[in-house]
Ligand binder design. Sequence first.
Ligand code: ATP
Ligand code: MG
Length: 257
Amino acid sequence: MAVVISVANQKGGVGKTTLTLNLGYGLARAGKKVLLIDVDPQFNLTFGLIGMNVMKYETNNVGTLMTRESSVEDTIVEVSPNLHLIPSHLNLSAKEIEIINAYNRERRLVKAIAPVLPDYDYVLIDNPPSMGIFLVNSLTASDYVLIPLELSYFGVIGMQLMFNLMAMIRNETNENLTLMGLVPNKFTRQTKVPQTRLNELKEAYPNVPILTTIPKAIALEKAQGDGVSIFDYEPDGRAARAFEKLTKEVISIAEGG
Ligand SMILES: Nc1ncnc2c1ncn2[C@@H]1O[C@H](COP(=O)(O)OP(=O)(O)OP(=O)(O)O)[C@@H](O)[C@H]1O
Ligand SMILES: [Mg+2]
């Protein structure tokens, strides 16, 4: 039965999509069966995985899945044998109103994916940088949350917003939602700010798990531009090593190893 993990932060540009994509590839390389779900109307994850083919899925994407116009089986795209995708689409924002007005609106995703959970080891959900019906559905469907964040002066605010939202979700729709941890991203030693922030974070939130730090690396940006994972783009680089370590850490938390 799959472990479902939401990658979420209401702050934009912190690395949600980068983390979902490369952790997805990392888990697939480790022999796990992985389903990625893109619930972001910007469809960056979908574009990163299948490029312009995103256009083909007008009638079977995460939006039509949530309005029950397509079945989950007909909505899954095979990227590679171990890595599957429920794509987002250009028309997802238009679906938002329809979903908001639908019966059981917070549970549309959890219900829709339930039949395929036995087929996977991991489901990773990439979220939009805003609080709305898609993020609520995603957190309602998840066992765990991973929060990528930048160690900048304002980076911590997004994290606090996520903590508040998770508390609300636990009260309302999913009492089992658990914080897997924070993933400090774009780490650099070129200034002292990131290390200082990291130390402050550990002090202010002693009970919050802080997972593998991902370095700031142009290779991650370039890999995304080329539509490949960091493991294919620069297998021996620092970023690939960090994602490999993070993959092992996620497996050990999820599988209790
Ligand atoms: N560790 C890193 N080093 C260098 N560049 C990075 C790193 N992580 C992410 N980026 C780049 O930063 C930009 C934003 O990353 P990404 O799209 O993953 O963030 P996001 O949180 O998904 O954004 P949004 O909130 O818009 O969905 C991208 O251009 C990405 O390639
Ligand atoms: Mg994104």
